[in-house]
Design a protein around this ligand. Structure first.
Ligand code: SF4
Length: 348
């Protein structure tokens, strides 16, 4: 069979028929870090691929294993979530994602249905899926895209974000870093000693906050997922960054301080892994940028994710338990009522 690998793209020949887990074993791939797609459908590790199959192995960094039938309806499963010891058909997996987002929002009082929400969208799976889920749940969610000037990676990302906004009839703000501030990420990186991701993260935080305040949004939502949060936590523990550890929370209230005003910031995907978010996009047909950012080299968070994936493989759920379960530091924020659900917006 032909197996298409991504990042970097290459095609490998593997003898079949063979179950997915055996194919991955032959390729030396950790099944927890990928999705396997055959004939436009996700397949589980026990699914047997014929000799003439054409298969895509898409990296997502995380994941799990479990029974091959949906635990809700008994239909063939397309996605397993090891830490929940569950498998889902497409329909019930989408429901699982929405349930996790709803639980996150309710546990931390992240959003009210009266809030105007600004979603930071990069064109990647997490932020686009977050925007999609919030719109489906009836939140008043607009998007903000920040043009980083990273060649074709940025132009492709912007095209996908605009395409999504047009399809959903959603409001999108777009800010081009070079036009507004006179620099882009490649230029800024070569001018300072910080890493490209350090410069990029700082620029994103500044611009997202500025746009949220200028346009009167009540809350800013980002697509940070469980793996992002666990890796950040791990990095802060290893480097003994106690101030960052104290501040890490899925819900940060609005603040006024030496750095000026900071909008309320929430991470509704903190209960969902990378693999789940990639699967959500594949199942719902949501197109996102699969390619890695060409400036990601040296990003330490990726190394922490690798380490956490190795732990997850042996002890499913460990990174999820490591994720901070502390309540939001502001009681006022946590007590904010979620409001009355609005009817869903028209689907795609
Ligand atoms: S990988 Fe780094 S440079 Fe590229 S978009 Fe992400 S944070 Fe920015």
């Amino acid at each position: 069979m032909k197996v298409k690998l991504r990042n970097p793209d290459q095609v490998r020949e593997v003898p079949g028929p063979a179950p997915v887990f055996r194919v991955l074993e032959q390729l030396g791939i950790n099944p927890e870090t990928v999705l396997v797609i055959h004939e436009s459908t996700l397949v589980t590790k026990d699914h047997v691929l014929p000799d003439d199959a054409e298969v895509e192995v898409r990296p997502v960094i995380s994941g799990g294993a479990g029974p091959a039938k949906c635990h809700r309806c008994g239909a063939p499963a397309v996605m397993e979530v090891a830490r929940h010891r569950a498998a889902y058909c497409g329909e019930h997996f989408v429901e699982h994602v929405r349930t996790q987002v709803r639980e996150a929002i309710s546990r931390y009082g992240m959003l009210s249905y009266d809030d105007r929400v600004l979603v930071a969208v990069s064109g990647g799976k997490d932020s686009l899926a977050l925007w999609d889920v919030l719109l489906d749940m009836g939140y008043r969610a607009d998007g903000l895209y920040l043009g980083l000037g990273i060649g074709t990676y940025s132009s492709r990302s912007e095209a996908l974000v605009r395409q999504f906004a047009a399809r959903r009839g959603a409001t999108l703000h777009a800010v081009e870093l070079a036009e507004e501030y006179g620099f882009d990420i490649p230029a800024a990186t070569s001018a300072v000693t910080r890493s490209s991701c350090g410069v990029c993260g700082l620029s994103k935080r500044y611009v997202f906050n500025r746009v949220a305040l200028e346009h009167g949004y009540d809350v800013m939502a980002t697509g940070h997922n469980l793996d992002d949060e666990a890796a950040t936590l791990m990095g802060n523990v290893l480097r003994w960054q106690t101030p960052f550890l104290a501040r890490q929370s899925p819900c940060l209230p609005a603040q006024e301080g030496a750095a000026g005003r900071l909008a309320k910031k929430v991470k509704p995907l903190y209960r969902l892994g990378e693999r789940e978010m990639a699967a959500y996009c594949v199942i719902t047909g949501l197109e996102y940028v699969v390619e890695e950012c060409p400036m990601v080299g040296g990003n330490t968070v990726l190394r922490y994710k690798d380490a956490l994936n190795a732990i997850e493989q042996g002890s499913p759920g460990t990174p999820a338990r490591s994720r901070s379960a502390r309540p939001c530091s502001a009681a006022r924020c946590c007590r904010q009522p979620s409001g009355t659900p609005r009817p869903r917006t028209p689907a795609r």
